[in-house]
Design a protein around this ligand. Structure first.
Ligand SMILES: Nc1ncnc2c1ncn2[C@@H]1O[C@H](COP(=O)(O)OP(=O)(O)OP(=O)(O)O)[C@@H](O)[C@H]1O
Length: 623
C-alpha cells in the first residue's frame, strides 16, 4: 500500500457514508474515525474564539468598528427622544409661530441628521467589518490548509478526502457566515437594543422594564428552538460533508466504479444520503417556521398590548402622548433587531457547527517540526535500522525486530510477499510514521532529529502510484523547488529517460500534464516521478515498485540510470519485479514483518528452498 497516495487513494471501505446511508449515527460508527469529522457540540464562545483568532491582526479595526457602532446606536436612540420633545413642547401646545417655528425646524433637522448620521456610520462600519471578515476567513482557510499539509500520514489513514475538502472550503465559508451573523446581526442588533433600552429607562424605567421582558422571553424561545433543531442542524451538516465525500470518492475511483458496474449502487447511496440531507433540512426549517416566526409575532403583539394597557392605566395628560410616541418607536427598534437575532439563529447554529469542525481539525496535532533541531545535513546517506518494530494498530505488529544496515551509495532491494511490510518500512524511513520500538539513523543521527529541510532535500521518492499535478511538465518535475535549475531539471529527465517524450510535446516542458492536460501513460507518469526525485539530487532515493508499470525495455534503461547512481546515492527499491533489483548490492527479504534473508542475488539464490529463490522461480514461471 503506497503511503504517498493515501490522500488520493480510492477507498473501497465506504464505512462512513454507508453507515450514514443506513440512517445510523455515522459519528459513532465511523471506522475511519476522523476526529476532524467529529462535530461535537461546542459552545458558541469556542466558535467566536476561532473568529477572534483569525481576526487577530485586525483587532484594532474591530474595536474601532465596535465603538462607531455604539455611536450610531446612540444617535439612533436620540431620534424618539427628539420626537417626544417636538410633540410635547410644540405640537400639543400648538406653538407654531415666531421663534417656535425656528426651534421646531432645528429640532426636525436634528432628527433627520441623527438618523442619517446613524445610518451612514452603520453602513461604513459594517462594510469595514465585512472586509475584516473576508480577510479573516481567507487567513483561516490558509491556516486550515497549511495545517492539513503538516499533519502526519497516520491522520490520512483515518480521514476521508471529500470531508477534508469540505473542512477547507464549505466549513471555512460557513465561518464567513458566522462572522456576518455575529457582527451584523448579533452585535449590531444587540447594540441597538441596548441603546433603545437605555433611552427608554431614561424616559420611564417602569415602562422600560415591560419592554425589557422581551429579552428573556426571546432567549427562552431561542433555547427551545435550539433544543428542537440542533440535532437536525448537526445531522444536515454531517450529511452535507458526506455528500462531498461521496462525490470526491466517486471521481477518484471512476475507472474502478464504472468497470465494476457499481454506478447504480453509488447512485442509490448518493440518493439516500441526499434525501436524508433534505429531510434533516426540512426538520430544521419546520422548527423555524412553526416555532420561531409565530412566537415572535405573538411576543410583539403581547408587548404592544401591555404597553398600551400600561398607558391606559395612567393619567393621559398631554405630556404622556409624546412618551407614548417615543415608546412605540422604541418598541419597534427593540423588536426588529431581536427578531433578526432570533430568525438568523438557524443559520448561526449551522455556522457554529462548521466552526466547531474547523476547530477540531485545527486541534489535530501536527508533528513537531524538526526544522529547529540542531541535526546535521545528510552527506553520505548511510542508513542503520536497529531493533525496529511497528504496528498500525495495537497488538497487530507489521514489522518486528528489524536490524539492517545500508552502506552509503549502495543499491538495496526489498522484496517479500504482498503485505510483508515493505511499504511500511519505506514509510518509516520517510518519516511518515514514527516507530514504536527501535530506531533508525541516517549518517549516524536519529532520523527524527534530522532538520526537515535537510531531510527533504536529501531524500527522493518514486512512489508506487505516481502523482501528477494539473500543471506543466516543468512544474511537475521541479515541484516549485527554487534551487533546481533548467539544466538540472533536464538532466534529471534525461536520467529518467523521459526527456525525449517531454521535449516532443506541443509546448515542450511547458505542456500541461495531469488533470485536463496532456494524457500520459502510467509508465510515463512513473518516469516523470523518477525525474522529479532525481532533480533534487538526493543522497537517498526510495523507489516503491517504481518499475511495475513500465515495459521491460524501459525497465532496463531505468536500471542503467540506477546503476549510474551507484556510489553516489543510496538507492532503496521495493520491487515485485525481481529483475529490477537483481544487481542490487544487498537484497532484503521480508516475510510477515520479519527479516528472513539478506544478501546479493547470487547469495540468496544459493539458499536452497529459500524464500527469495522461490519468489524468483515463481516469477520465472509466470514470465
Ligand atoms: N495505513 C495502514 N493502516 C493499517 N494497516 C496498514 C496500513 N498500511 C498497511 N497496513 C497493513 O500492514 C501490513 C503491511 O502492509 P504493507 O503495505 O507494508 O505491505 P507490502 O509488503 O508493501 O505490500 P504490497 O507488496 O502489497 O505493497 C498489511 O497487513 C497491511 O494491511
Amino acid at each position: 500500500m503506497p503511503p504517498s497516495g493515501a490522500i488520493n487513494n480510492w477507498r473501497p471501505a465506504l464505512t462512513h457514508s454507508d453507515t450514514a446511508a443506513a440512517g445510523s449515527d455515522s459519528k459513532n460508527e465511523n471506522n475511519n474515525g476522523s476526529t476532524a469529522e467529529a462535530s461535537k457540540p461546542e459552545s458558541p464562545w469556542a466558535a467566536v474564539g476561532l473568529l477572534m483568532e483569525a481576526a487577530q491582526p485586525e483587532r484594532p479595526q474591530l474595536w474601532r468598528g465596535l465603538a462607531w457602532l455604539i455611536t450610531a446606536a446612540g444617535l439612533e436612540a436620540l431620534g424618539p427622544i427628539l420626537g417626544k420633545h417636538y410633540i410635547d413642547a410644540y405640537l400639543l401646545p400648538g406653538r407654531f409661530d415666531g421663534m417656535d417655528v425656528q426651534a421646531m425646524a432645528s429640532l426636525l433637522a436634528a432628527l433627520l441628521l441623527t438618523g442619517w448620521a446613524a445610518s451612514w456610520i452603520r453602513f461604513a462600519q459594517l462594510s469595514r467589518m465585512a472586509g475584516v471578515a473576508r480577510r479573516s476567513v481567507q487567513r483561516l482557510r490558509e491556516r486550515v490548509y497549511n495545517h492539513v499539509l503538516a499533519l502526519p500520514m497516520a491522520f490520512f489513514d483515518r480521514a476521508i478526502t471529500g470531508q477534508l475538502v469540505s473542512r477547507v472550503t464549505n466549513d471555512s465559508e460557513a465561518v464567513n457566515t458566522l462572522y456576518r451573523q455575529v457582527l451584523y446581526v448579533m452585535l449590531d442588533s444587540s447594540i441597538v437594543v441596548l441603546g433603545s433600552l437605555i433611552a427608554m429607562a431614561w424616559l420611564d424605567w417602569r415602562l422600560m422594564l415591560i419592554v425589557a421582558m422581551l429579552v428573556p422571553a426571546m432567549l427562552i424561545i431561542i433555547s427551545i428552538y435550539r433544543r428542537l433543531s440542533a440535532p437536525a442542524v448537526a445531522r444536515a451538516r454531517e450529511l452535507r460533508s458526506d455528500i462531498n465525500a461521496q462525490m470526491a470518492e466517486s471521481m477518484a475511483g471512476m475507472a474502478m466504479l464504472q468497470s465494476a458496474g457499481a454506478a447504480p449502487r453509488f447512485s442509490a447511496r448518493f440518493e439516500a444520503t441526499n434525501s436524508q440531507h433534505r429531510s434533516a433540512r426540512v426538520r430544521e426549517l419546520s422548527a423555524n417556521a412553526w416555532l420561531l416566526r409565530p412566537a415572535l409575532d405573538l411576543l410583539n403583539v403581547l408587548l404592544l398590548v401591555t404597553v398600551i394597557y400600561g398607558f391606559g392605566q395612567r393619567d393621559l395628560s398631554g405630556l404622556e402622548v409624546g412618551l407614548l410616541y417615543a415608546f412605540l418607536s422604541y418598541i419597534a427598534r427593540v423588536v426588529e433587531p431581536l427578531s433578526q437575532i432570533t430568525l438568523q439563529f438557524s443559520q448561526l447554529q449551522q455556522s457554529m457547527i462548521a466552526a466547531a469542525r474547523v476547530r477540531s481539525l485545527l486541534q489535530e496535532t501536527a508533528p513537531v517540526s524538526s526544522a529547529q533541531t540542531d541535526g546535521r545535513r545528510i552527506e553520505a546517506g548511510e542508513i542503520r535500522i536497529e531493533h525496529l518494530a511497528f504496528s498500525y494498530q495495537p497488538g497487530r505488529p507489521v514489522l518486528e525486530r528489524l536490524n539492517l544496515h545500508f552502506e552509503p551509495g549502495s543499491f538495496v532491494g526489498i522484496v517479500g510477499h504482498t503485505g510483508s511490510g515493505k511499504s511500511t518500512l519505506l514509510s518509516l524511513l520517510l518519516r511518515f510514521y514514527a516507530p514504536q520500538q527501535g530506531r533508525i539513523t541516517i549518517d549516524g543521527q536519529a532520523l527524527d532529529s534530522v532538520p526537515d529541510e535537510a531531510f527533504r532535500s536529501a531524500v527522493g521518492l518514486v512512489p508506487q502510484e505516481p502523482y501528477l499535478m494539473a500543471a506543466s511538465a516543468r512544474e511537475n518535475i521541479t515541484m516549485g523547488r527554487p534551487d533546481i535549475s533548467e539544466a538540472q531539471m533536464r538532466e534529471a529527465a534525461r536520467a529518467a529517460r523521459i526527456d525525449d517524450f517531454l521535449s516532443a510535446l506541443p509546448q515542450g516542458y511547458d505542456t500541461l500534464l495531469g488533470e485536463g492536460g496532456t494524457r500520459v501513460s502510467t509508465g510515463q507518469k512513473q518516469l516523470i516521478a523518477m525525474a522529479r526525485a532525481l532533480a533534487g539530487a538526493p543522497k537517498i532515493l526510495f523507489l516503491d515498485e517504481a518499475t511495475s508499470n513500465i515495459d521491460s525495455a524501459t525497465e532496463q534503461i531505468v536500471g542503467e540510470a540506477l546503476t549510474a547512481l551507484r556510489g553516489r546515492v543510496t538507492v532503496v527499491a521495493i520491487a515485485h519485479r525481481l529483475s529490477t533489483i537483481r544487481d542490487a548490492d544487498q537484497i532484503v527479504v521480508l516475510n510477515h514483518g520479519h527479516l528472513v534473508e539478506r544478501g546479493s542475488h547470487g547469495e540468496l539464490m544459493a539458499i536452497e528452498g529459500g524464500l527469495y529463490q522461490r519468489l524468483v522461480q515463481l516469477q520465472d514461471l509466470s514470465e
